[in-house]
Design a protein around this ligand. Structure first.
Ligand SMILES: CC(C)(COP(=O)(O)OP(=O)(O)OC[C@H]1O[C@@H](n2cnc3c(N)ncnc32)[C@H](O)[C@@H]1OP(=O)(O)O)[C@@H](O)C(=O)NCCC(=O)NCCS
Length: 182
């Protein structure tokens, strides 16, 4: 089952990053990376076409209180969301009595390949399992997304299966799904 998660007041520090709630003042940093081709598509959304679009998504982040901003050297360079998972998608895992969520993430293209998202995911996994006391965390990546596959492997998730995923921008793509138990 999906467990409630609220990141209000939570701040996670890693070696290089601070993970914290989004603020209105993050808007320009957000638009700067969300408008770049090749960033959102791998997570199922299209590049933002205007700062107004970013403003609306940012307002949703602030309202829903489940998406961390990743701050690096005083600038927001990415997001990591504690999403709800689709409870019909993993019948073979018998998750009904267990408490879990799914995570999803995006990093500014300028910052790829420095191990930053792996650092962020490890911190969030530790918080979700140790403090929020989730029993499991789900994560998935499109088959062609080798970078995300490596992040997931390095964070210790186990492969479950590959199933079609309906994206926010109206496509369907095969997604490789993984789970990590407490
Ligand atoms: C996926 C993403 C978050 C990875 O973040 P990151 O900080 O660059 O990840 P890391 O640096 O920790 O690891 C990236 C891995 O990909 C590998 N990699 C880099 N370029 C690659 C390429 N062209 N093909 C395959 N692997 C590649 C790196 O070598 C590294 O693996 P390693 O540690 O074994 O060497 C980032 O690329 C991103 O935001 N992509 C767009 C959005 C997205 O895909 N979100 C995830 C949706 S599931």
């Amino acid at each position: 089952m999906n467990a409630p998660v609220d990141i209000t007041g939570v701040e996670l520090k890693t070696e290089r990053l601070t993970l914290r709630s989004w603020r209105e003042s993050d808007l320009e940093d957000f638009y700067e990376y969300a408008r770049v081709d090749g960033v959102g598509q791998m997570a199922g959304w299209s590049p933002h076409k205007s700062i107004e679009e970013s403003r609306q998504v940012l307002a949703m982040f602030m309202r829903e209180k489940r998406t961390f901003a990743l701050e690096y050297e005083g600038k927001v360079i990415g997001s990591l969301g504690i999403e709800t998972y689709d409870e019909r998608r993993y019948p073979e895992l018998a998750l009904e009595e267990k408490r879990g969520r799914e995570i999803g993430y995006v990093l500014s293209k300028d910052c790829w390949g420095r191990g930053l998202m792996t650092e962020a995911v490890r911190a969030v996994v530790r918080w979700l399992l140790d403090d929020v006391k989730l029993d499991f965390i789900i994560v998935g990546h499109f088959i062609r997304n080798d970078r995300s596959r490596r992040v997931i492997e390095k964070c210790g998730f186990s492969y479950v299966k590959t199933i079609p995923y309906d994206t926010q921008d109206g496509r369907t793509e095969d997604s490789m799904e993984y789970i990590l138990y407490r």
